[in-house]
Design a protein around this ligand. Sequence first.
Ligand code: GDP
Ligand code: ZN
Length: 290
Amino acid sequence: MLGTVVAVFGRRYDVRTDDGENLDCVARGKKHDAACGDRVEVQSTGPRQAVIEKVLPRTTYLERADAFKRKAIAANADQVLVLVAADPWFSDEFVIRILLLTQAADIPALIALNKIDLPGAAEARARLKVFESAGHEVVEISAKGTHPVGCSALAPKLAGRCTVLVGQSGMGKSSLVNALAPDAKARMGELSVALGTGKHTTTFSRLYRIDADTTLIDCPGMQEVGIHNLTFKQLQQGFNEFAPYLGRCRFSNCRHDREPECALRAAVEAGRIDKRRFDLFCTLRSEIAA
Ligand code: GDP
Ligand code: ZN
C-alpha cells in the first residue's frame, strides 16, 4: 500500500494511504527515517496499524543539523514559506538560517509578514528589505480572525504546491493555518513560553491538505535551526551582498576571520557591507566545518 506521511511524532508516523485511510505507523529499522511529506510503502500489521517498509525517492528534502545529528524538516516540498510578524520582534538570524537551509536544499522560499495591522509593521517591513533584495518575495498578511487580510493574495502562490510553513512561535502560524485550511482546526497556541525560557515544547510536524493538490506542512518547534549540515560555500552564498568580494581575498580559502588582506572584511570596514550582517555571518560560520 502507498501513502503519504502526514504527521511525525518522534519515531511514530501518521500515514494517510492513497485509499484515504489513516494509519498509525512505525518505521522498519533505523535507516528508514521518514519525514513529513514522504511518500511511503506500508505493510499492515493490525487494525489501523502498519509498518513503513520503504520511503520512495524524494523530489526535495529539507533538513537541519546540530553538532550531533541531522533532523528532517520535510520531504517533497515545492517551496518554503517563512512566517514573520510585526510583533513580537522576529529574529533575522532565524530567517537567515531557514533561507540558508532552503537554498542548500534547492527549494525556493518566500516570506510572509503577518500582523500588518500592528504598529510594528513599518519597521518589520524595512527589516525584510535585505531578504527581498536577495530575491525572496514578501507577502503581507493579517491572518487573525474571521476576515484575514492578504490571504487571497497568498493562496494562489500556494495553489498546486506543497509548502512548508516555518516560523518562530508567536508569529501567527496557527492563525495562518486556520485561515488557509479552516477544516484543519489548527490548535491555537498561546505565545509559547519556550521562546523565552529556551525550553523545548513537545511538537510535531503535520501535513494539511488544503485541496486536492495543495498541501501545507506545518513545522512547529523550530526554536533551534542548526545549519551544521551546510558547507562554508553555501553559507557565503546565503549572503547575496558578499558576492562581489568573494574570490578577491589574498587566500582562496579565506574564511574572512583573521586572514590578512581579506576583501570581505575590507568591504565591511569601508561600510560597503552592513556590519550587522557580517557579524551574523561570523556567528553562523562557527557552526560550519569546511
Ligand atoms: P503561532 O505561535 O505562530 O502558532 O502563533 P498564533 O497563531 O498562536 O498567534 C500568536 C498570537 O498572535 C495570537 O494571540 C494571535 O491571536 C495573534 N495573531 C495572529 N495573527 C495576527 C494578526 O494578523 N494580527 C494580530 N494583531 N494578531 C495576530
Ligand atoms: Zn576573506
